[in-house]
Structure formats: C-alpha cells, structure tokens
Design a protein around this ligand. Sequence first.
Ligand code: SAM
Length: 368
Amino acid sequence: MATIIPIADRSGDDAARRRDTLLRAAADATGAAAAPPVDALGRGLRDLRISVTDRCNFRCVYCMPKDVFGRDYPFLAHSDLLSFEEITRLARVFKAHGVEKIRLTGGEPLLRRNVERLVEMLAGIGGLDLTLTTNGALLARKASALKDAGLGRVTVSLDSLDDAVFRRMNDVDFPVANVLAGIDAAAAAGLAPIKLNMVVKRGMNEHEILPMARRFRGTGHILRFIEFMDVGATNGWRMDDVLPASEVVRAIDAEMPLEPVDANYAGEVAERWRYRDGSGEIGVIASVTQAFCRDCTRARLSTEGKLFSCLFANQGWDLRALLRGGASDAELGAAIDAVWRRRDDRYSEIRTAETAARPKVEMSYIGG
Ligand code: SAM
C-alpha cells in the first residue's frame, strides 16, 4: 500500500505566510462591528461546523479506514484541542460576523467528554440554531442530557438497516439496533426533526436505499442520501463508486411517488423531495454530481482550532494561535473576516479525477 500521510493539515511553508496574514488582519482590527463579511464569490458566512474531536468509535470504510486509522494513529493530544471556553468564545465572535447556525461534529462528537456542557455554553450565547451530527452509538445514553443542555436537533448517520451490512460499513462490528435505539431516544427527547444521513456507495449499500426509505417514511424523520465524496486522502474514492442522487430519487419515486419541494433557505445542501401521499420527505445531497458551491455559506473549525473555508481544502487558518496569543475578540473577528473575504473555494465545481487525487484534510479532523 502506498504511504499515506494521514495528516490533519499540510500547511508546510505556507503556514508562516498564513500566520502573518492572520496577524496582520487581527492588527488591523478597529473594534467597530463591521457588516458580516461576504466572500470573493459573493457568499455570506452563515454556518459553522465545529469538530470537537478527531476520534471516532467507528471505522467507517469510506471515512476512517482501519488500515490508516489504526491503533497507532497519532490522534491529537487533549492539550491541542480547543477547550470548551475557547470554542464558545470563537462561536460568539463568529455569531457577531454572521453565523446563525452551529453544528457540532467530528470525529464522533459524543466521544468528547462532557460535550453536553459545551452545548450548554453554546446555547447560552443565544440566537443560534444549534445542531449535532452523530453516528448514534452513544445517543440512547445522551439524548435527554443534550436536549436539556439546549441542543435543538440531531442528525444521525445510518448507512444500512441490514445488520451485516451496517457492521461491515462501520468496521467495528457495531449493531444497527443500538443506533436505532439512539434515534428513538432522540425522538423521545424532542431533538426533532431528526435527519438521517445515508452515504450511498455503489456496490456497498445501494440495495439498502428502498428499505431505508420504507422504514422511515411516515416517521417524521428526514432521510437524506449523500453521494460518496472524495474527502480526505484515505478513502480510495473513485467516481465509479458514486451513485448519482438522481438515481436514488428515480428508484424511490418508482415505488413511492415523489415531488420536489422548495429549499427551506438559500444555501440548503439537501435537495428536498416529498412523498406525494403526504407521508413525509427525503433529501438528496448531490455534492459530486450537482455541486452547490455557489450557495455555500459554511465555514469549518477543526479540532485544533483551524478555520477551513471548504470541506476539500488542504490548509486552514490557525485561530488557536491567535486565541492563545492573547488576541481580543475584535482581533479574532478581524481575522475571521479577512479569511472569509478572500475565500474563493468552489472545489466541487472544478472536481476532476486529478483534483480528487490531491492531498486533502481528513473529514474526521475538519468536521463532517
Ligand atoms: N461521527 C459523526 C457521524 O458519524 O455522523 C460525525 C462525523 S462524520 C465525518 C459526518 C458525516 O460525514 C457522516 O454522515 C458520514 O457518513 C459522512 N461522510 C464521511 N465520509 C464521507 C464521504 N467520503 N462521502 C460522503 N459522506 C461522508
């Protein structure tokens, strides 16, 4: 097997240049509240995904394959992670610069000890749509504490109802029944509407599309089918493995007729469809075959506090260095502003076999 550097961020020489740019931007802070930034392609900053840990208790074959993320994998040390206080402080600054929605992710966010305390601190900021994406393994245990702490909703990843397929995909022999129990607990706790994410990989779980649709139709949960993406550098992505979202819609529509629904808001990643008989809705996230970069308002904060302006980036901007270097909120805000204003990422629109092979940051580190 080729040597894979399962590295978080390949900043290299450019890191110093980026640090200088950030420091200069921070030094230019006037303290005055500026208008929320708009990037080089006219996109605002609305959503922030925060990766609270790079660790996961699953080894999904398309995300954290075991042969790379094995026993000896150098996960980040606790001191490298942003503390809850640092995350909350940054979240407050991001909110002042346009962010309306925060999603906690990872890695597996429920593995971060006392994550409900972080939820409580973020909820204390007020005025934020607060959500979390999880593999559901610990959800039955944590759902009501998360709700009590102020979490609005959860998204649960679930790639198959077939226990054998599910165990093969998570690659740690985790039973699907426990995730289903987690979904029920989240519903009982009121973390609704619950979204369920199914990554569809051709030849692996496409035969589960219809059983999943049948199972969750009429439950109020929103099942979303995600095209297998070329995130990171370790999942062996090939275009041939991508099942286009249009095929998913066609297959479901043939048995359970669908009609399109307008987006809830500009920039919504999922294309919405509802069952014509009124029994609910599904979504498809076609980031490979129908790129939605032009509406992308998402920033990502990595586990160790680097700001990434695209899921497919290979470098971030080190906000932790500013935080730990004593920057004021105005300085942090000016740095975030500067990063956003120069953003011109549109990776999914320019994806080719060649770009897919380039080094990219792992999703577990940057936040899925
Ligand atoms: N551990 C949490 C979970 O399982 O939901 C949060 C992190 S996980 C990286 C977030 C989402 O990214 C999951 O729904 C996962 O299935 C999805 N994902 C990971 N790798 C992907 C890929 N190559 N293509 C599409 N989706 C992917």
